[in-house]
Design a protein around this ligand. Structure first.
Ligand code: MRU
Length: 364
C-alpha cells in the first residue's frame, strides 16, 4: 500500500526503512527524485512486492527489509497459529517467499536466515510464540541498525584512500537509500567530504533503472555534495582524459576469492579502470561476502523484465518485438579490484587470505 505523507516521527530523507510501532514504512525508491512517498510494507506480500519491484533496493537495504518483513510475519503468525508446528512451517514458507524475490544480493538470505535461525534456536524453549516473535523483531531491528554502524566504519576506512583533492566516479546507488542510511560507496564519499577533501563526484546514470541519475544524484545534492551526472557510456572518455582518480562502487555478493557481483556495468568500469591504471574499490559490509562461494562463477545473476530496457518514462524506445537481454548484475573478477573496503578494514589481494581473516572476525 502506498501513502503520500511521511510518518510523523524519525523521518530523514535518506532513511529508506523506518519502523514505527511495528509498522514498516519504506521510502518508495521508484518515485525519487519526483516525489518522496512512503510505502507500507508491514504485510508479507507487500514486503515481497516491495523488494521485487525495487520500492526498496540495494543489497543491505533488501537484507534488512527482508529481516523485518519476516519478523512482522512472525508477529502475525504468533497471534493466529493453532500450534507451534504450524507457526514454524508458516515462518519457513515466509522466509522462502522473501528470499525468492531477488536472487543476487546475498544480504537478503543472510539477514532473513539470521532471523529464521534465531526462531529455530528458540523453538524448544519455554517462550511463547508472541515472545519469540518479539525477539525476532528485535533481531531484525539490530540488523537494520548494524548496517548504519558498519557503513560509518566503511566510510572512515575508505576515506583514507581518497586524496585531499580527488575526482571519484561511482556507479548505481550505494548510498543511504541502498544501505539503511549513510552508504557504502557513498559512505566513503560522505566521510571524505566531511574530512574536508575537495571532491569532484561523477555519477553515472546506471541504465536501465537509473539508480545513479535518480537516487545517487538526489542523495548527494541533499547532502550538499554537488555531483556531475554522466551517461554510462562516457566513463571511458573521462578516464582517458585523466578526469577520474578512483572508482568506488558497492557490491551485491562477493565470493571468498574477492570476485564481486554488482550492478550491471561495474565490470565495464573495472576493465576501463585497469586500462587507465585507476584504482577500482568495492565498498561493502562483510554480510555481502558469501562464505559458501569460492569464486564468482556461481553467483546467480538476476534477469529482469525486458520493459526496463525497452521503455523510458512510459515511452517505448525501440521497435516492437525486439529481443532484449536484461541482466541486472555482472561479476568483476578479483584481479580487477584494487581493494575491498569493509567495516573490518581495507582488504587486499590475496583475497582468500584477507577475506578469510575478516570473516573470522565477524561477530554475527
Ligand atoms: O538492483 P539494485 O538497485 O538493488 O542494485 C544495487 C546495487 O547494485 C548496489 O550497488 C549494491 O546493492 C550495493 S548497495 C550498498
Amino acid at each position: 500500500m502506498a501513502i503520500n505523507s511521511p510518518p510523523q516521527s524519525g523521518t530523514s530523507k535518506a532513511e529508506p526503512i523506518q519502523v514505527h510501532d511495528g509498522q514498516i514504512m519504506l521510502i518508495d525508491q521508484r518515485k525519487i527524485p519526483e516525489t518522496l512517498e512512503y510505502f507500507d510494507a508491514t504485510a508479507l506480500d507487500d514486503m515481497c512486492f516491495a523488494i521485487k519491484e525495487m520500492v526498496v533496493r540495494g543489497a543491505p537495504a533488501i537484507g534488512a527489509a527482508g529481516a523485518l518483513g519476516l519478523a512482522c510475519e512472525a508477529r502475525r503468525l504468533a497471534l493466529q497459529a493453532t500450534s507451534r508446528h504450524q507457526f514454524y512451517n508458516d515462518l519457513e514458507a515466509a522466509n522462502a517467499a522473501l528470499q525468492s524475490t531477488r536472487p543476487t544480493a546475498v544480504n537478503l538470505s543472510w539477514d532473513t536466515n539470521l532471523v529464521f535461525g534465531l526462531a529455530q534456536k528458540l523453538r524448544d524453549t519455554d517462550l511463547t510464540l508472541v515472545h519469540i516473535a518479539q525477539k525476532l523483531f528485535d533481531c531484525a531491528r539490530s540488523i537494520l541498525e548494524g548496517y548504519v554502524t558498519n557503513c560509518r566504519l566503511i566510510g572512515e576506512y575508505g576515506a583514507e584512500l581518497v586524496g585531499e583533492k580527488a575526482s571519484i566516479l561511482t556507479h548505481c546507488n550505494a548510498g543511504a537509500l541502498a544501505t539503511c542510511g549513510w552508504g557504502t560507496a557513498l559512505g566513503v564519499i560522505r566521510a571524505a567530504h566531511l574530512r574536508g577533501c575537495q571532491l569532484t563526484v561523477f555519477v553515472d546514470e546506471t541504465r536501465p533503472r537509473q539508480q545513479g541519475s535518480r537516487l545517487t544524484a538526489w542523495e548527494l545534492l541533499v547532502d550538499g555534495i554537488e555531483p556531475t551526472l554522466i551517461t554510462d557510456t562516457m566513463a571511458g572518455y573521462l578516464m582517458s582524459q585523466r578526469k577520474v582518480d578512483l572508482i568506488v562502487t558497492g557490491a551485491d555478493r562477493i565470493a571468498v576469492n574477492g570476485d564481486t557481483a554488482n550492478k550491471i556495468g561495474t565490470y565495464t568500469l573495472a576493465v576501463l579502470a585497469q586500462a587507465h591504471s585507476i584504482p577500482m574499490y568495492i565498498a561493502a559490509p562483510l554480510s555481502t561476502i558469501d562464505p559458501a562461494l569460492r569464486t564468482g562463477e556461481a553467483i546467480p545473476i538476476e534477469q529482469r523484465d525486458a520493459s526496463e530496457v525497452t521503455i523510458i518514462n512510459g515511452k517505448k524506445i525501440c521497435p516492437p518485438g525486439i529481443k532484449v537481454l536484461n541482466p541486472a548484475f555482472d561479476v568483476t573478477p578479483n584481479r580487477l579490484i584494487t581493494a575491498i573496503i569493509t567495516e573490518a578494514g581495507i582488504l587486499r589481494a590475496p583475497y582468500e587470505e584477507s577475506i578469510g581473516q575478516a570473516l573470522a572476525s565477524r561477530t554475527l
